[in-house]
Design a protein around this ligand. Structure first.
Ligand SMILES: [Fe+2]
Ligand SMILES: [Fe+2]
Length: 262
């Protein structure tokens, strides 16, 4: 089974870039299933149902969230209506939405789990991701072999730790949140594909998708500063995975990073 996973999409330019480039990428990688992190898809912060519905049906199979999950005020009311959106499974108990699901693809069933880290994340408002992952893995039906985890976290140590914790029990642990693609893509000894961070879809000339001048001003002045989304050519970061559908073991993980014309 071939899977494409797209890093955090930052605002409208990223959505348009994915919509125009993804059909060709899916053909190129014979993609059976596509996951995209959408936590910054609405104006750079959070998600709206309207933004996700812009995507043609079947282009992206599952969208995932992150720490910006509730930035758009209506999303907590909209999330229940979205069958293909996952928010971090380890949010505090009682929050709306769901954190994992089993989805169909032409090449068989895929379980997707969204989890969030707690190291250097705002307010540490998540439950333990390690224990949450262990609990979810007991609930996934045994005939579902392919399991992909979006681990949305800041610290590379926490990302590597959960990847090794889940090695051999899931097909892939893919980091998101930092918006910078890392060069540590590999398959762990037990057969789990791992990368600390997939990267982002956002302005190539930016600081994590934000306007360079504004971010520098914020650091230098120390004052609250509006960080507009940067403009210009878009970088599309993703990974492609090749997974043995019978065993769920990863066979290959490859980084994708392309600059798309405006
Ligand atoms: Fe994030
Ligand atoms: Fe993000």
């Amino acid at each position: 089974m071939n899977i494409i996973f797209i890093g955090d999409m930052v605002a409208g330019a990223a959505r348009r870039a994915v919509m125009s480039a993804l059909p060709g990428m899916k053909r190129e990688f014979s993609c059976d299933f596509c996951i995209a992190n959408a936590e910054n898809s609405a104006g750079g912060s959070g998600i709206t149902a309207g933004v996700l519905r812009e995507f043609p049906a079947g282009l992206v199979d599952v969208f995932t969230g992150g720490d910006h999950i509730w930035d758009q005020k209506d999303f907590q009311n909209e999330i229940a209506s979205l069958g293909n959106f996952l928010r971090p499974a380890n949010l505090k108990r009682g929050q709306p939405g769901r954190g994992w699901g089993v989805f169909d693809s032409a090449a068989g069933k895929v379980a997707v789990i969204s989890l969030m880290g707690r190291v250097f994340m705002k307010d540490s408002f998540a439950e333990c991701p390690f224990e949450t992952a262990d609990r979810i893995l007991k609930e996934i039906p045994s005939d579902v072999k392919v399991v992909v985890v979006d681990f949305h976290a800041e610290a590379t140590s926490e990302k590597a730790a959960i990847a090794h914790h889940l090695d051999g029990r899931v097909s892939a642990v893919l980091g998101t949140h930092t918006h910078v693609q890392t060069n540590d893509d590999r398959i762990l000894p037990g057969g789990t594909a791992f990368i600390s961070d997939v990267g982002m879809v956002g302005a190539a000339n930016s600081i994590l998708g934000r306007d360079v001048t504004a971010v520098i001003r914020k650091f230098v002045s120390g004052m609250p500063t509006r960080l507009d989304v940067a403009k210009g050519a878009v970088r599309l970061d993703a990974v492609s995975l090749k997974i043995d559908g019978a065993t769920g073991k990863a066979l290959e993980i490859s980084k994708i990073s392309r600059i798309l014309d405006k």
